[in-house]
Design a protein around this ligand. Structure first.
Ligand SMILES: Nc1ncnc2c1ncn2[C@@H]1O[C@H](COP(=O)(O)OP(=O)(O)OP(=O)(O)O)[C@@H](O)[C@H]1O
Length: 339
């Protein structure tokens, strides 16, 4: 992942503020309709140039709405949002010239083939005619789609369509690319391909803002992650720093049967070296899943933890030792899981 600040090779016609953050959101509020709580509820953050920034949160957290505002598709109720120093509400046309969007739902033009979608997008954004074809061919190649140039979007796989949408988002050489849930619904191979392209883009100096409810994706791709829930920012830092801020350095996952969760948790909590116990929910009436966070080496704590469980009469069905993740950060902040 890159932190370089090099500008793209071809500058867009609009002269954005070079010194401004790639993206800045200040006290952003979006309320759909009159009632209910806001979808975005006073969000503030800034994204550095050349950074891969992840907005991580569960379904309905307000991620898509935030990206909608930043990409001029959603009108904010209040607050300010800028891309490359351009106020998106005050000057949406200028903002659209410096940003690219990969939306959550595929919106390719089915009356055009794959290459036609790219060329049309470039024309819409005022890319000179002579540049459009060569650029389309270059991006089709980068996205592994050269053989699909003449294919209708309806005949592309989910992963191919997603790659074509990324290519389309890059046709006008944006400074900031927004990817909304870039790998939802993709098979593991297609997902990996998209991840590699995102990493490449960042290395080439494009700022990437992605939304995801997938903590592995956020941890892998993002230089920094903003964790959102109910339209509010709960934490913002690098994935490593967020995880390092948790109590406990290792985890022991237990699947138990015949256990009273509260009793078992209480017993485990009393074991020396245990930093905390989270209830991960059960699968049936009789199953309890616990994540035990321990200081230092999980191996040293394993025997006393299992000893504490044995004293409750519960049966241990499964034991897994691991390290805390962004999911643990989210649980620590909200008391519930991401999914
Ligand atoms: N056009 C709309 N009209 C009314 N309510 C909306 C609209 N779009 C989103 N919402 C509501 O706003 C809230 C935030 O939705 P949003 O799509 O921004 O969340 P999200 O974090 O992107 O979720 P997901 O991961 O499911 O895409 C949700 O409660 C949703 O129902």
């Amino acid at each position: 992942m890159s932190t370089q600040t090099t500008a793209p090779a071809t500058q867009p016609a609009v002269h954005a503020d070079e010194g401004a953050p790639a993206v800045e959101v200040a006290d952003l509020v979006k309320r759909y309709g009159r009632s209910g709580r806001p979808a975005v509820d006073g969000l503030s953050f800034a994204v550095r140039r050349g950074e891969v920034f992840g907005l991580l949160g569960p379904n309905g957290a307000g991620k898509t709405t935030t990206v909608g505002v930043l990409t001029t598709r959603v009108t904010p109720t209040s607050g300010r949002a800028t891309v490359a120093g351009i106020d998106v509400a005050a000057d949406p046309v200028a903002a659209r010239a410096v940003l690219g969007v990969v939306p959550q739902r595929p919106n390719l033009d089915r009356s055009l083939d794959a290459r036609g979608n790219l060329v049309w997008h470039a024309a819409y954004h005022g890319v000179p005619r002579a540049r459009r074809g060569p650029l389309a061919d270059e991006l089709l190649e980068r996205m592994g789609l050269t053989e699909k140039a003449s294919t209708n979007p309806d005949e592309l796989s989910g992963g191919q369509a997603q790659r074509l949408i990324i290519a389309r988002g890059l046709m006008h050489d944006p400074q900031v690319l927004f990817l909304d849930e870039p790998s939802t619904g993709l098979d593991p191979q297609a997902r990996l391909f998209v991840h590699d392209r995102v990493t490449e883009l960042a290395a080439s100096g494009v700022t990437v803002v992605l939304t995801t409810h997938d903590m592995d994706e956020a941890a892998k791709l993002a230089d920094r992650v903003g964790i959102v829930d109910h339209g509010k920012l709960l934490a913002l830092d690098s994935p490593d720093a967020l995880v390092a801020g948790l109590p406990g350095e290792a985890t022991i996952d237990l699947v138990l049967t015949g256990a009273d969760a509260a009793t078992v948790r209480g017993r485990i909590d009393g074991v020396r070296g245990v930093a905390g116990v989270d209830d991960r929910g059960g699968e049936g009436d009789d199953t309890v899943r616990l994540r035990v966070r321990v200081d230092g080496d999980a191996g040293a704590a394993l025997a006393p933890v299992l000893g504490a469980v044995a004293g409750t009469g519960a049966t241990v069905g499964q034991v897994d030792v691991g390290e805390p993740t962004l999911e643990d950060v989210f649980i620590d902040l909200t008391g519930r899981g991401l999914r």
